[in-house]
Each structure stands twice: as structure tokens, then as C-alpha cells.
Write a protein that binds this ligand. Structure first.
Ligand code: HPA
Length: 272
């Protein structure tokens, strides 16, 4: 644990040599990484250059931090994230969030690609995450707690900030965009769900399903950060449509929807 604290400090000290203090953290999911093109005065650091950072392995993820300005706000974006299914520990998956907090970031916007379970959702829709279900039952905070990082038993009643949700709704309305809302269920992957699992998740109250986000959101809440979560619904979840699921299609749909996504996120950042 002491080692984790040391690593967080060393990584943030390294990053502060090349980046100025960011205010807003952005985690960009599969196919959504191009949002970094919206960043003015960009400064880029590849993950493999950053001390203690893991490196990404999945297609559709470039694996770099991009800092700069969006709508007058200083942002730090992760282009590519670390997934549990890649073999990383949950400490590794969430390490960048710990570093963001150490850098002084208090607001985190986290995005992902997800399968739609709610029958009203269509591929290309954007879903505001109002809550989540941790279907893995694993928790990144398991183990000794260091009070410098947050409390032993963090409250998760407002894991997704109601204030940020309100800003997202207002921004979508102002831009004339439809914003879906719902509950995101986290599964391990990398296999997609079976139709029976999708049916069960629907019965449990999930509107969308994906392989990321929840560990980062738990750690962000542990550290007292305000979180906004947005899913790009890239496909109808397994068994609910006719097609078999294919990662290439998932990334292609996310890429098709990225223009809308970028508009919404820039608008939200401007309104913060
Ligand atoms: N299931 C899990 N993760 C996903 C999906 C899905 O259908 N689509 C995109 N990420």
C-alpha cells in the first residue's frame, strides 16, 4: 500500500513536469479516443513513457495522455484505458484515476462503449449513466485502506454526480440531442455476454452492459471526485437483436457516433 502511494506521487511528479495542473479528467472508451482532436494546445505523453503506467493492448486504443484546453478548461484525457480483461489488476486499472486525483482533478468524465439492454435503445444512442451494477463482485478498494486516498467505506449513493447529470441533460437539450439514461452493468469480458446473461442483467435493472468504467468510478468516488458517465450504445446486447456481436462493429459504431459524442462532451465541459 505504501508502495501504491509512492507510485502515485512519483507518477504525478513526473507528469507535472510536462503538463500544467488540469481541472477535468476524461477517460475515452473504445472508438471514442478521437475526442482528443478537440483539445487545443495539446501536450501528449505516451503511456509507455510514464513511470508506473501499464500499457494498453486492445485495438482501438492508442494509449496516451493528452492534456490541453477544451472550451477554456484545462483537461487531461486518457486516450485508451486499462481493462480488467486484459489481465491487469484492479489496482492497475484504476491507477490513472489515483494519479488524476493527485494532480488536483476533482471532476471526471468517463466514457465507454456499451451494449444496449433497454429495448428503447438503438446503436448510436448516447446514454447518461445514472448508476451502476458491479456484476463482477470484485472491488478495487479491497485490501488495506490508506486514509490519504479516501475512507475505508466510501458512500456510493451518488456515484454519478446529480449536478453533473443535470448539466449533461441541459447541454443535450440545448444542442437538440437525444440523451438516453440508465444503469450500466459491469461484466468482466472479454467474451460478450450470453443471451441468458443479458436477460438476467435486464431483470436486475441494467439498461446497458460493458467491460469497463465501474472500477474507475469506485476509485474516483473513494477519492472524493465528482463523476459523469456516458455510454455510447454500440450494439444491441447479445440475444436481443439478430446479429452476432463483433468487436469491429462495436468500434465502427462508436466511431460513427463520435461526432455527436464530442459535441456533447465539449458542451458539458463548457458548462462546468
Ligand atoms: N457487451 C459488453 N461490452 C460491450 C458491449 C456488449 O454488448 N458492447 C460494447 N461493449
Amino acid at each position: 500500500m505504501e508502495q501504491l502511494l509512492t507510485k502515485i506521487k512519483e507518477t504525478s511528479t513526473y507528469l507535472l513536469q510536462c503538463l500544467n495542473h488540469p481541472q477535468i479528467g476524461l477517460v475515452l472508451g473504445s472508438g471514442l479516443g478521437d475526442l482528443v482532436e478537440q483539445i487545443r494546445e495539446p501536450m501528449t505523453v505516451a503511456y509507455h513513457e510514464i513511470p508506473h503506467f501499464p500499457v494498453t493492448t486492445v485495438e482501438g486504443h492508442s494509449g496516451r495522455l493528452v492534456a490541453g484546453i477544451i472550451e477554456g478548461k484545462k483537461v487531461l484525457a486518457m486516450q485508451g484505458r486499462f481493462h480488467y480483461y486484459e489481465g491487469y489488476s484492479l489496482e492497475e486499472v484504476t491507477f490513472p484515476i489515483r494519479v488524476m486525483r493527485e494532480l488536483g482533478i476533482k471532476t471526471l468524465i468517463i466514457t465507454n462503449a456499451a451494449g444496449g439492454i433497454n429495448a428503447c435503445f438503438q446503436p448510436g444512442d448516447i446514454m447518461l449513466i445514472t448508476d451502476h451494477i458491479n456484476f463482477l463482485g470484485l472491488n478495487p478498494l479491497r485490501g488495506p485502506n490508506h486514509v490519504e486516498l479516501g475512507p475505508r467505506f466510501p458512500d456510493m449513493t451518488e456515484a454519478y454526480s446529480p449536478e453533473l447529470q443535470a448539466i449533461a441533460r441541459q447541454t443535450a437539450a440545448r444542442l437538440g440531442m437525444t440523451l438516453r439514461e440508465g444503469i450500466y452493468a459491469w461484466v468482466s469480458g472479454p467474451s460478450y455476454e450470453t443471451p441468458a446473461e443479458v436477460k438476467l442483467l435486464g431483470l436486475l435493472g441494467a439498461d446497458a452492459v460493458g467491460m469497463s468504467t465501474v472500477p474507475e468510478v469506485i476509485v474516483a468516488n473513494h477519492g472524493g471526485m465528482q463523476v459523469l458517465g456516458l455510454s455510447c450504445i454500440t450494439n444491441v446486447a447479445a440475444g436481443l437483436g439478430h446479429a452476432r456481436l463483433d468487436h469491429e462493429d462495436v468500434v465502427a459504431t462508436a466511431e460513427k457516433g463520435k461526432g455527436e459524442f464530442q459535441k456533447l462532451i465539449s458542451g458539458i465541459i463548457g458548462a462546468l
